[in-house]
Design a protein around this ligand. Sequence first.
Ligand code: SAM
Length: 278
Amino acid sequence: MDIWFTEKQTPNVGITCKINNTLIVEQTPYQHLAIIDTEQFGRMLVLDGMVQTTIVDEFVYHEMIALVGLNTHPNPRRVLIIGGGDGGTLREVVKHPKVEKATMVEIDARVVEASKLYLPEISSALHGNPRAEVLIEDGIRYVKENKNTFDMIIVDSTEPVGPAVGLFSAEFYQSIFEALKDDGLFVAQTESPFFNADLIRRVYRDIAGIYPIAKLFLAYVPTYPSGMWSFTMGSKKYDPEAIVEENCPDLKSRYYTPAVHKAAFKLPQFVQNLLKTD
Ligand code: SAM
């Protein structure tokens, strides 16, 4: 008998995958956690019924959330990741030759432990990488307590529910501003332009109200709602569209290239309309 998993992405739309095997299902102190093995996408991390990452398409999201910002900053020595418990973003950050230390602050130890056990391709940097530090605590509090410290901050959060609600607030973007050095920048995952238009409008307006440079970019992740995914960057100094392609290190990426980096900021008209601040 075939067994299928469905994520209800909106009240009216879902994604359904055939399952080979269920590896772990539990309620953590923060969320419902499952790792399932799907026929199409391989192993899949699901939190509160929402797909977080899969073996087959994770490279798109993790490369784009990390490398666009890392190649925009000329010297990204100290990097902070908020969330990101599966380790995929950390893996990309520590690949970058200019990064001296990357700190990941994840609220839920069980996401880290389960990813280490069942998602080895994604979680490789969680296994004692000398440039990686993993802390289990609330990212909102950590950012408030560390001022003027980081060159780059990445907000690799779950959807804005439960402990992640505060990760999409203007107050948090202000705390991030204060945690960054004078020329720092940050990147946050900001959901689907098709299904989360109001959230994108609000988040962009908040970031543009705090940072001299605010820009949204896109990538295509098959298992995320609508496939089209957005990231928003707030930068104190460096313009992500002004990179010199020849200066970017070759990171042997599968999705990211310096040309894709530049192209990701060319937005369809309906997405540009979401960013109009008037
Ligand atoms: N790539 C994913 C996506 O966009 O669907 C997100 C990946 S990662 C699994 C998100 C992580 O953020 C979760 O493990 C969750 O526990 C963590 N998180 C949520 N709220 C947090 C907070 N306040 N501080 C630190 N981590 C948090």
